[in-house]
Design a protein around this ligand. Structure first.
Ligand code: PEP
Length: 264
């Protein structure tokens, strides 16, 4: 953690809690976030629960993300949802390029870049996901792959005045119980910040880089202690208020005392 960036803890509910149970969880988390003044907390319910969760969180510091967005603004795209529609449903954030979408829905680096651009056009804050597979890591290609994925959208985020988030999520750590060690995570986060810094120092210092991949209450603190880890994108553990709250509390406990009290 670093005193210039507020920690961001985002929960990706995936295809879970799409109805009343999601609204109930959002309500619990909305109460909990009031005791964590230094942490920004975001939940990403399924599309079907976005508006209801946004309504439930109205007036609290818990913000809503979608899990995906279409690159076009409107038109004949059956089953798709535009950025403007997400804003209308109460979203301020959107997860883009999650590895499950790259893997199961054929999202390429180019499509992810188009979606980052579409999000920013709609004034949504993208959480752009990058990550290597186990074969890429074992083939010593981690940094090469992450650099290619980041370069696909780096000019777009540099040109925008909206500070975005990047989530480093090693594919082999998602939902597997395996997690990158703090030094493995820090190595990739520092590399990402380095590439951002070659664009501008401002881009490097304003972009929050989250770690994702089996983050739990018991490993969060060690991950957050690294200088370039600004929070987490959490899957499984975000479906339970106590677990998600414990991860957010680990971030709150590490916030440098010099940090601003002002919510973002
Ligand atoms: C995710 O889906 O983004 C994720 C990190 O999942 P999990 O925490 O369950 O590994």
């Amino acid at each position: 953690m670093n005193e210039t960036r507020r920690p961001l803890i985002a929960g990706n509910w995936k295809m879970n809690r799409g109805g009343a149970s999601g609204v109930a969880l959002a309500g619990e988390l909305a109460k909990l976030v009031s005791s964590l003044p230094h942490v920004d907390m975001v939940i990403a319910p399924p599309y079907t629960a976005l508006a209801a969760c946004a309504h439930e969180c109205d007036g609290t510091r818990l913000e809503i993300a979608a899990q995906n967005v279409h690159a076009q603004q409107s038109g004949a795209f059956t089953g798709e949802i535009s950025g403007a529609m997400l804003v209308e449903a109460g979203c301020r954030w959107v997860i883009v390029g999650h590895s499950e979408r790259r893997q199961y829905s054929g999202e390429t680096d180019e499509i992810v870049a188009e979606k980052v651009e579409a999000s920013l056009r709609a004034r949504l804050v993208p959480i752009a996901c990058v990550g290597e597979t186990i074969a890429e890591r074992e083939g010593d290609r981690t940094l090469e792959v992450i650099e290619r994925q980041v370069r696909a959208f780096i000019d777009i985020i540099d040109a925008s005045d909206v500070p975005v988030a990047i989530a480093y999520e090693p594919v082999w750590a998602i939902g597997t119980g395996r997690t990158a060690g703090p030094s493995e995570a820090q190595e990739v986060h520092a590399a990402i910040r380095g590439w951002l810094g070659r664009k501008t120092t401002a881009l490097a210092s304003r972009t929050r880089i989250l770690y994702g991949g089996s983050v739990k209450a018991d490993n969060a603190r060690a991950l957050f202690a690294s200088a370039d880890v600004d929070g987490a994108l959490v899957g499984g553990a975000s479906l339970d208020a106590a677990s998600f709250g414990a991860i957010a509390r680990a971030a709150e406990a590490l916030v440098p005392r010099a940090h601003s009290n002002e919510p973002a």
